[in-house]
Design a protein around this ligand. Structure first.
Ligand SMILES: [Zn+2]
Length: 119
């Protein structure tokens, strides 16, 4: 059920070791992001959840590198909503942003290992 492509997580956190709890923690945050995006779509009277419903959200979501998000699983977490084609890119963008921030936090704490608590 995880939304995170674990193999790609290591690449996204290049230069750092990835602790065993990072993928699960990131998965939970992404699930929350999907649920929140659905709520936002509903609040706007839409049945379809789109990239613009994700908090990330820059204009360059599609250029954020390797896909960290399992596209086929997004729908499982978008309860009652249709998923627009651009949502995966926005979630991927969010995921990369979270990993980048987590790496910076680990670095700030003089650790070479990125952990769940860095997210
Ligand atoms: Zn973005």
């Amino acid at each position: 059920m995880s939304l995170v492509v674990k193999a790609k997580l290591k690449e996204a956190a290049k230069g750092y070791n990835v602790a065993g709890d990072l993928a699960d923690a990131l998965d939970k945050l992404l699930q929350k992001a999907v649920a929140g995006a659905c709520k936002r779509a509903e609040a706007n009277g839409r049945k379809t959840v789109m990239a613009k419903d994700v908090a990330c959200c820059c204009d360059q979501c599609s250029s954020k590198g390797d896909m960290l998000v399992v596209k086929s699983k997004i729908k499982d977490h978008a309860k009652g909503c249709n998923v627009a084609g651009d949502l995966a890119d926005a979630l991927n963008c969010t995921a990369h942003g979270l990993v980048k921030a987590a790496c910076a936090r680990a670095e700030g704490n003089s650790r070479k290992t990125v952990m769940a608590k860095d997210l």
